[in-house]
Design a protein around this ligand. Structure first.
Ligand code: FAD
Ligand code: DHB
Length: 394
């Protein structure tokens, strides 16, 4: 078995790469360890930046997104009992974002790939990647209990934070930058219309809260909890009480309650692995970097890497030149660090760090005050939230 690009992982990164390569006439095989239904139901990101919306449209994967996605023109920051709206189009050159869940993007891309594209194999565990320093790397995998090999020209490591690709790069060349935060998010899905048209990010002395949504009838909300919290140790009523307390405003507006259909806890981490490439192996998305979710950069960052990588592979196959492939990581990394910086700032700005002093809490409140009252500061947030530019090289 042989292909041009072996893609490890069918999360948003791997699936989008397979789609872009198919559109460019470049062959690929995608190997995914989980089942199709697991990938389609894994509840994660919800906000798409303008650049992510654009690439899904360009690749013909946007029919349902354009029908069901919810365009958002701003967000609100809530602190000291007051809501402050930040308008994106007027501050960020007309850009906006869209609520369309990662689960839905995965469903759309999987359906297209199975119908039109190269092979996509679920329940297939990649065990090892060999020869990435030769012209013909080999991917070893196990499917239905049997081991097999896939030969290729290039390997795309799109296998997320827990994947195997990153481990192929020799230890002495690897550098890891990391921060683990002293809190987690408890996320819920609830059968109740969103409490507000805009997303609300709240800082409260009891901790962070976020009111988001998945559709006009489904809310997606989060609260900051202690690390190690068991999601089921919180009753539904406790969660709504806490959301209500943390988002209370002086004008009496309140979060809307409804039946909770799922609860889960996500730890928060910042992580960057360098380099993002080694020989014929290219890392993209969570395989190379993780951001804490505040600010919704994870999925969008993965999409950005893939646009740069697909562009470099297309350049190679149309011109024969390796130039864009050899500079892939360099062209991604600045945007990665900008997203890391933004996610870190948003996390510190909105969470109450149990180790911080009263002084540090007041500094974060002063930062928020500045953010909503100084146009250049608001504008910087709007631009970062709607997305950092890409360096595709063409
Ligand atoms: P992934 O989606 O992780 O995909 C990697 C794929 O590789 C997986 O399907 C995995 O099964 C597969 N794989 C792993 N190892 C192997 C192997 N050996 N062989 C074959 N396949 C393999 N971002 C936001 O913006 N907002 C959020 O609210 C948000 N919430 C999140 C909650 C959680 C619990 C997590 C983990 C992430 C969250 N993120 C969020 C981040 C966002 O979901 C990720 O940045 C995004 O999924 C990255 O896509 P990816 O394709 O790089 O990686
Ligand atoms: C969602 C997640 C985020 O991390 C965020 O900043 C905004 C929205 C969400 O899941 O809807």
């Amino acid at each position: 078995e042989r292909t041009t690009v072996a893609i490890i992982g069918a999360g948003p990164a791997g699936l989008l790469l397979a789609r872009l390569l198919h559109r460019a006439g470049i062959g690929s095989v995608t190997l995914e360890s989980r089942s199709r239904s697991y990938v389609e139901q894994r509840q994660r990101a919800g906000i798409l930046e303008q650049g992510t919306i654009d690439v899904l449209r360009e690749t013909g994967a946007s029919d349902r997104m354009d029908k069901e996605g919810l365009p958002h023109h701003g967000v609100e920051l809530l602190f000291r009992g007051e809501r402050h709206r930040i308008d994106f189009p007027s501050l960020a050159d007309g850009r906006q974002v869209m609520i369309y869940a990662q689960t839905e993007i995965c469903k759309d891309l999987i359906a297209l790939q199975l119908r039109e594209g190269g092979p996509l194999s679920f329940e297939t565990d990649v065990l090892a990647i060999e020869g990435v320093n030769t012209a013909s790397p080999v991917v070893r995998y196990r499917k239905e209990g049997k081991e097999a090999e896939l030969g290729c020209d290039y390997v795309a490591g799109c296998d997320g934070f827990w994947g195997v690709s990153r481990q192929v790069i020799p230890e002495q060349l690897r550098k890891v930058y990391e921060r683990v935060y002293p809190f987690s998010w408890l996320g819920i899905m609830a059968d109740v219309p969103p409490s507000s048209d805009d997303l609300i990010y709240a800082r409260h002395e009891r901790g962070f809260a976020l009111l988001s949504m998945r559709s006009p009838t489904i809310s997606r909300n989060y609260i900051q909890v202690e690390n190690g919290t068991d999601a089921h140790s919180w009753t539904d009523e406790d969660i709504w009480d806490e959301l209500e307390a943390r988002t209370a405003t002086k004008d009496g507006w309140k979060v809307k309650r409804g039946p909770i259909t799922s609860k889960s806890v996500t730890p928060m981490r910042s992580f960057v692995h360098e380099p993002m490439q080694y020989g014929r192996l290219f890392l993209a998305g969570d395989a190379a970097h993780i951001v804490p979710p505040t600010g919704a950069k994870g999925l969008n960052l993965a999409v950005g890497d893939i646009i740069v990588l697909a562009d470099a592979l297309k350049h190679k196959f149309t011109t024969g030149s390796d130039d864009l492939l050899t500079t892939y990581g360099e062209r991604c990394i600045n945007r990665v660090w900008q997203a890391e910086r933004f996610s870190y700032d948003m996390t510190n700005l909105l969470h109450t760090n149990p180790n911080a002093s009263e002084f540090e809490h007041r500094i974060e409140l002063a930062r928020l005050e500045r953010l909503v009252s100084c146009r250049s500061a608001t504008s910087d947030l709007a631009q970062a939230y709607t997305g950092f530019p890409l360096h595709t090289g063409s």
